[in-house]
Design a binder for this molecule. Structure first.
Ligand SMILES: [Zn+2]
Length: 307
C-alpha cells in the first residue's frame, strides 16, 4: 500500500449496507474518500413494498451517516434490480415508489438496473426505469448479466439508445475484455468490477487500461454480502503503479472518471470530499450512533489516519 500513499479514490459501486465498520475504516485508511452505493437485492427476494421503502430510506439515511463517521462521502443510485423485476406485481408497486427517492439529495443516478436472466419482465422494468432516468435527468448505472454477458450488454445498450438516452449519461457496469470495445465505441462509460478469484481480476484490469487507455473507464469493487473485496479500487491502483501505468491514467480510472460521469446528476460536489472530512463519532442519526456501550468516540480534526 506504500505505492498509493497520499492518493485519493472514488469507488462508484459498493454495497456498504452489507459491510462492517472494519471495512469502512480500512477503506478510509486506503484513501477512499467517496463512494456510490447502488440499490440492489439483498441476497433473497423481498416479499413486500415496505422493505423496499425502508431499504431506499437507509441508502439516503443511516448508511450515509455511517459512512460519514469514517470520513467517506456516501452517494447512492436508486432503482429496482433486475432479479426482483421478475416479481411483476411487486415490481409495479416499486415503480411507484422510485420517484419519491430518485429526486433526493445525494442520489446520483438510477441504478443498478438492467438484465439478469434477460426475461421479458426484466426488459419491461428496465425500459420503465430508463424513462424515469430521462425524466429526472439522472445518469443510469447498468448491471450487465453474468451469464450471456456479451449479448446482455449489447441488448442493454441498444435499448438505452432506443429510449433516446445519451450514451454519455449511461455507465455500463461489470465489463470484461469481451464487452469493453463495443461499450467505448458506442460512447458509453465502461465500468469494471474487480472480483476476487473469478471474472475480472486486477491484473487483467491493468492490461485493459494499457490497451484502451483511461478514457471513460472506471474501476469499482461491487463489494456486497458475497465474497468480495472493499479495497479492490486502491489495490488495483497499487498494482497499476507497480506495472508502470501513468499516475494521470490511474487517477482517471480510480477517481476522476466516476466523478465526471455521475456528477452529471448535479449531486456531486468534489469540494465535499477533496479535503478530509471532520469526524465526530459522538454524532447521532435519529438518536442512534455507531458506538456501542462504553466505546469512546474518535474525534479527528485533520487527519483520517489518527487511530
Ligand atoms: Zn452491485
Amino acid at each position: 500500500m506504500a505505492h498509493i500513499k497520499g492518493m485519493r479514490f472514488f469507488d462508484p459501486h459498493i454495497h456498504m449496507t452489507s459491510r462492517t465498520t472494519d471495512d469502512y475504516q480500512a477503506m478510509a485508511d486506503a484513501g477512499i474518500v467517496a463512494l456510490i452505493e447502488p440499490a440492489f437485492w439483498l441476497g433473497q427476494p423481498r416479499t413486500g413494498l415496505a422493505t423496499f421503502k425502508d431499504y431506499y430510506a437507509s441508502l439516503v439515511g443511516w448508511e450515509r451517516f455511517r459512512s460519514s463517521q469514517f470520513g467517506i462521502k456516501h452517494y447512492c443510485t436508486i432503482g429496482l434490480n433486475s432479479r426482483e423485476a421478475n416479481n411483476e406485481a411487486l415490481a409495479e408497486e416499486v415503480m411507484e415508489l422510485l420517484p419519491l427517492f430518485a429526486y433526493k439529495e445525494g442520489v446520483v443516478g438510477i441504478g443498478e438496473i438492467g438484465f439478469d436472466d434477460q426475461t421479458a419482465a426484466e426488459e419491461k422494468f428496465y425500459r420503465a426505469q430508463l424513462e424515469l432516468a430521462k425524466e429526472a435527468n439522472l445518469p443510469v448505472q447498468i448491471h450487465t448479466p453474468h451469464r450471456n454477458k456479451k449479448e446482455g450488454t449489447e441488448r442493454s445498450m441498444a435499448i438505452a439508445l432506443e429510449h433516446g438516452l445519451d450514451p454519455g449519461m449511461v455507465i455500463v457496469d461489470h465489463n470484461n475484455e469481451e464487452t469493453v470495445k463495443s461499450v467505448l465505441d458506442r460512447g458509453f462509460w465502461a465500468a469494471f468490477t474487480i472480483y476476487p478469484f473469478t471474472k475480472m481480476g486486477n491484473e487483467r484490469m491493468v492490461e485493459v487500461v494499457r490497451q484502451y487507455g483511461p478514457g471513460r473507464i472506471m474501476v469499482n469493487s461491487a463489494a456486497d454480502w458475497g465474497i468480495s473485496d472493499p479495497l479492490a479500487v486502491p489495490k488495483t491502483a497499487a498494482l497499476m503503479v507497480m506495472r508502470g501505468i501513468s499516475p494521470d491514467a490511474i487517477r482517471l480510472v480510480t477517481y476522476q472518471n466516476a466523478i465526471d460521469a455521475f456528477a452529471q446528476s448535479g449531486q456531486i460536489n468534489e469540494a465535499d470530499f477533496a479535503t478530509p472530512m471532520l469526524i465526530d463519532q459522538s454524532e447521532k442519526f435519529n438518536g442512534n450512533t455507531i458506538l456501542r456501550g462504553g466505546q469512546q468516540p474518535r474525534r479527528d480534526a485533520s487527519s483520517l489516519l489518527i487511530k
